[in-house]
Design a binder for this molecule. Structure first.
Ligand code: FES
Length: 125
């Protein structure tokens, strides 16, 4: 069964120009909004899968779409949400759409926390 989706305006296009990332809290969920250069708006879990540092405080290279977490320098491809260093982790991705000037986020109403965690085989470093 597919979870019902609650659609909530999270920001406006004026808040998130191409090449911007933005932390927002929507319905109690920490979310990272990303407007990929020459690409779509994406929305991912806002906290790192490693130790829950805010990904929006990281550094983003708009040319490669790679975001470096400020915690321990894990790296994510913000076009896909996939971890590129280390490999194997994946950010939870929310459905998102742009409706006029509004960036509207879809929050699954499935009663779970939308936050993937990942631990390396070397432990929690
Ligand atoms: S908290 Fe993000 S890499 Fe450790």
């Amino acid at each position: 069964m597919t979870a019902e989706i609650l659609w909530v305006t999270a920001a406006t296009t004026d808040d998130l120009w191409e090449g911007d990332i933005l932390d927002v809290e929507v319905e109690g969920e920490q979310v990272l909004l990303v407007h990929v250069m020459d690409g779509p708006v994406k929305a991912y879990q806002g906290m790192c899968p490693h130790q829950e540092v805010l990904l929006g405080d990281g550094s983003w290279d708009v040319d490669t779409n790679r975001l470096l977490c400020p915690g321990h320098k894990w790296e994510f491809d913000l076009m896909t949400g996939a971890g590129t260093n280390p490999l194997g982790c994946q950010l939870f991705e929310y459905p998102v759409k742009v409706d006029g000037d509004d960036i509207v986020l879809g929050i699954p109403q499935d009663g779970t926390r939308h936050h993937n965690r990942f631990e390396t085989s070397e432990g929690d470093e």
